[in-house]
Design a protein around this ligand. Structure first.
Ligand SMILES: CC(C)(COP(=O)(O)OP(=O)(O)OC[C@H]1O[C@@H](n2cnc3c(N)ncnc32)[C@H](O)[C@@H]1OP(=O)(O)O)[C@@H](O)C(=O)NCCC(=O)NCCS
Length: 175
């Protein structure tokens, strides 16, 4: 069973420091030809989630709500991804940061930040009114990454309130 889903939201553009490229890393939008490599990356990054190649096409590459899937590559090999998704919400179109993942051996060097920046900047450029994301409470590293961009918890129940209390304490104490 997966941990509790939680939502974060960035209500307005906020300056961030992720513009500088990471040495040796290239960023580009995915194409249909990347489906197999993306399935391998996502399967490894999300143990317990189902990421066969047809799901990559269905959830990312062939669905009109996902307007760009960004890839980070090293010498042509895919080492990270994050997608721009558009979501209808209360008569408005909001952005969503969708399926962020970095290959295990490449974590901790700024790739998650560069990919998230590409998605956030891309979504604002499309005119969305806010940007949200869904994650799980057992992903403090991801939550810290998003908090660094100004994403804040959007608390929808007393269960989520308690879960946020615990995860925020974990993040701050580990610094
Ligand atoms: C979450 C994930 C994408 C982060 O990618 P990354 O390339 O390692 O992240 P970065 O090196 O860009 O780190 C950026 C920020 O993220 C947070 N972070 C990343 N790794 C962290 C760690 N091990 N401990 C604490 N904070 C961490 C920090 O805030 C960090 O900023 P800092 O370096 O100034 O402290 C990566 O760990 C991953 O793919 N995890 C598995 C899949 C997943 O959980 N995806 C998110 C689903 S919502």
């Amino acid at each position: 069973m997966h941990a509790m889903n939680v939502r974060m939201r960035l209500p307005a553009p906020l300056a961030h420091e992720a513009k500088a490229p990471v040495a040796g890393i290239d960023l580009r939008p995915a194409t249909a030809a990347d489906a197999d490599a993306l399935a391998v990356l996502l399967t490894a990054a999300f143990p317990g989630w189902d990421w066969p190649v047809d799901q990559v096409r269905e959830r990312l590459l062939d669905t009109p709500d996902v307007v760009c899937t960004w890839l980070a590559t090293i010498d042509g090999t895919i080492v990270g991804t994050a997608s721009e998704q558009l979501v209808a919400e209360a008569g408005d179109t909001v952005g969503s940061v969708h399926w962020v993942a970095v290959a295990e051996g490449q974590r901790g060097r700024g790739l998650g930040r560069v990919l998230t920046a590409a998605v956030v900047d891309g979504l604002w450029a499309r005119g969305v009114s806010s940007i949200r994301l869904d994650t799980q409470v057992d992903r403090p590293n991801a939550i810290a990454l998003y908090a660094g961009f100004g994403f804040v918890p959007e608390i929808r129940s007393s269960g989520e309130l308690a879960a946020w209390s615990a995860v925020m304490a974990t993040i701050v104490r580990s610094r």
